[in-house]
Design a protein around this ligand. Structure first.
Ligand code: IPM
Ligand code: MG
Length: 350
């Protein structure tokens, strides 16, 4: 197992340190090498995804990422922004399938802003297409046209891009409750009319899975109205970006949610769904659980070691049951801990 570790910016290094300790504790044989991605890479080399990192990431079986970005780099030219590094590694490694589970741990039912009875038992998997759509579409830019500034981007999908992500969703649904909801905006956007057509065609290959369709605005509403109607949701890059943030908050804290971004051969990049949280960086208070759970996803998807993944997930459940909480999921009566203490507790539970 060759793992490329990219701690990144902000709270990235702190949470990654705990995730790496957890991984080492499992006693599996792996090689691990660290490299720079994001703002730290811009500072060191002028490039958010430098050559050396590219080599390491391409040679690895899996990449573990903390988080990238921060106000320090927000005014840089676009090619020197941390986000460019993240989009670059996703595209270069062909990581088209982004899996973002939103699971509500019973212990955290009160951390959600929704009523506990609405979110109890919530278990949604958002499958987001990650290497296409308006994120990468050309032409794009800001130009002066007819004497005023004009901004433009291009949304596009090929049918093969749509089909392969739909298949990921259907396969995932087969291991769950066999329901896929495909989200589009076919009433307005041709690109997503094609999305719907291809979703229907692909659905015929999976007669055992129930396929439904929803317009993205309605999906955003249904997610807060009745989130438990969903099992697997599949959608494009832009809609998936937005809906996955929304879904994560149903669970109380985005600080709890891991993600996997996979290519066609289960090589993957694993990262927490949250960002670099510059406001709390360096304070030792960030929640490391999403990154620790990302290690579990890595073991499951890239290394096909379900038992090791479960060990980590069970250890996380155990520390939650013990009442340990970082600030983002704290409730009165619980024990507030920092990043390191939370890591210690997971190690002890392991
Ligand atoms: C995410 C993030 C990224 C995205 C940003 C940081 C480029 O929001 O992973 O959801 O938009 O994909
Ligand atoms: Mg996002």
């Amino acid at each position: 197992m060759k793992i490329c570790v990219l701690p990144g910016d902000g709270i990235g290094p702190e949470i990654m340190a705990e995730a790496v300790r957890v991984l080492k504790e499992l006693g599996l044989a792996f090689e691990m090498e660290e490299a720079l991605l994001g703002g730290c890479a811009v500072d060191a080399t002028g490039d958010p995804y430098p050559e050396a990192t590219q080599k390491l990431a391409q040679a690895a079986d899996a990449v573990l990422l903390g988080a990238v970005g921060g106000p320090k780099w927000d005014n840089n030219p676009r090619e020197q922004r941390p986000e460019r590094g993240l989009l670059g590694i996703r595209k270069q490694l062909g990581l088209f399938a982004n899996l973002r589970p939103a699971i509500l741990y019973p212990e955290l039912a009160n951390a959600s802003t929704l009523k506990p009875e609405v979110v109890a038992g919530l278990d949604i998997l958002i499958v987001r297409e990650l290497t296409g759509d308006i994120y990468f579409g050309q032409p794009r830019g800001i130009e002066v046209r007819n004497g005023e500034r004009f901004g433009f981007n291009t949304m596009h999908y090929t049918e093969s891009e749509i089909r392969r992500i739909l298949r990921v969703a259907f396969e995932a649904a087969r291991k769950r409750s066999r329901k896929v909801c495909s989200v589009d905006k076919m009433n307005v956007l041709e690109c997503t009319q094609l999305w719907r057509d291809v979703a229907i065609e692909t659905g015929r290959e999976y007669p055992d899975v129930e396929l439904s369709h929803m317009l993205v605005d309605n999906a955003a509403m249904q997610l807060v109205k009745n989130p438990r109607q969903f099992d697997v949701m599949v959608t494009g890059n832009l809609f998936g970006d937005i809906l996955s943030d929304e879904a994560s908050m149903l669970t109380g804290s985005i600080g709890m949610l891991p993600s996997a971004s996979l290519d066609a051969n289960n090589k993957g990049l694993y990262e927490p769904c949250h960002g670099s949280a510059p406001d709390i960086a360096g304070k030792g208070v960030a929640n490391p659980l999403a990154t620790i759970l990302s290690v579990a996803m890595m073991l499951r998807y890239t290394f096909a070691n379900d038992a090791a993944a479960r060990r980590i997930e069970d250890a996380v459940k155990k520390v939650l049951a013990q009442g340990l909480r970082t600030g983002d999921i704290y409730e009165p009566g619980m024990k507030q801990v920092g990043t390191r203490e939370m890591g210690d507790a997971v190690l002890a539970a392991l």
